[in-house]
Design a protein around this ligand. Structure first.
Ligand code: DAH
Length: 346
């Protein structure tokens, strides 16, 4: 019984001295381990007489229970009392991890897709490595036509297709027009083709790879008012309700008549003045958005659509350009610089 009393007393002393979880764990082994003090006591059971054995066993069990209770409350105290190594302050804010976000081009692609989805346009993506036929011939630009020069095309070293000609990096998303006509077959067609396009330019407003979005609408009785209505809808949805679109006569091989689209300058709001000075961004109150027009009958014919029954309109705009206009960004090379200080602002 002497052993029991001394161990019972040392438990209290030992637990009080413990300063951290590591020491507590050592103490646990010292008492509860296979060769620990408590097991040593139990081993002595066999030496006791039948009478004594019962009370002895009960006392050892009591010590064990008591030790476990003290162990648990000591652990609790170590974790919740300030000024020791194991203290966990649950009121502290958690660690903050840096959060990534979508690239501003991806955000714009999604936004533009949503705007056209609402008026039943189907989003497609046609090849960026394309055949001459889809980028030019099918769009009323026969071989050797001078208009092809405007597009400064990069050709690919690849075997030539008997019907579709050489391979190239498409300089515009208009190459998706006839592909879409072939895919759908009989109109109505409402397409928004968003893809990468290529031209060998590199300055503040041009990168050799850029994105375009191409709208195409073909049906019976389609006329310019539908085109103007859709452009108005788009510029208000994307730039804001105070922005207007206007059409300016122009020339493209694949449309007749053709126009360039201008929108109210987002900086001077169409007044051409900023602080009584001429607006340096637009100079005129208008910013050029891109090209548009009524689909040329020859293009409908390439698409196996009868121009006597159907008519349509198309447009092609640059994504980098619309973002630039919306946020007043002055150098689009920033988009592709990978500079996180620029990108994280969007
Ligand atoms: N493809 C022309 C370009 O890249 C833009 C364009 C003009 C597209 C008129 C059209 C259009 O669909 O009708 O510059």
């Amino acid at each position: 019984m002497e052993d029991i009393e001394s161990i019972s007393a040392s438990i209290h002393d030992d637990i009080t001295k413990v300063k951290n979880l590591k020491e507590l764990s050592t103490l646990e082994t010292l008492y509860l381990g296979r060769n620990g003090k408590i097991n040593e006591l139990l081993k002595k059971m066999k030496d006791k007489g039948p009478e004594e054995r019962k009370t002895y066993g009960q006392s050892v069990n009591l010590i064990k229970e008591n030790f476990i209770k003290l162990l648990i409350s000591k652990k609790q105290a170590l974790l919740t009392t300030a000024n020791n190594d194991d203290y966990i302050d649950v009121t502290l804010p958690g660690n903050k991890y840096p959060k990534g976000s979508l690239h501003l081009i991806s955000v714009a692609v999604e936004e533009i897709s949503r705007i056209f989805e609402k008026i039943s346009f189907i989003r497609v993506s046609y090849p960026e490595v394309e055949y001459e036929f889809f980028s030019f011939e099918s769009l009323n630009m026969p071989k050797t036509h001078a208009a092809r020069d405007d597009f400064e095309t990069s050709f690919i070293q690849a075997p030539q297709h008997l019907q579709y000609g050489k391979m190239l990096l498409t300089p515009h998303t208009s190459s998706g027009q006839v592909r879409e006509m072939w895919r759908v077959g009989t109109p109505p067609i409402r397409m928004i083709n968003i893809a990468k396009t290529y031209r060998p330019n590199w300055d503040a407003t041009h990168t050799p790879m850029f994105f375009q979005f191409e709208g195409l609408c073909i049906d019976t009785d389609i006329n310019i008012t539908h085109l103007k209505g859709t452009l108005d809808y788009f510029v208000k949805a994307y730039f804001g309700n105070d922005i207007e679109a206007r059409l300016r006569p122009h020339h493209f091989q694949f449309t007749e008549p053709s126009f360039e689209v201008d929108v109210t300058c987002t900086v001077c709001k169409g007044t051409a003045l900023v602080d009584k000075q001429r607006c340096r961004v637009c100079k005129s109150g208008w910013l050029e958005l891109g090209g548009t027009g009524m689909v040329h009958p020859n293009v409908l014919i390439s698409g196996k659509i009868d121009p006597n029954i159907y008519s349509g309109w198309a447009f092609g705009f640059g994504i980098e350009r619309v973002i630039m206009m919306k946020y007043g960004i002055d150098d689009i090379r920033n988009y592709y610089s990978g500079d996180i200080r620029f990108l994280e602002q969007f």
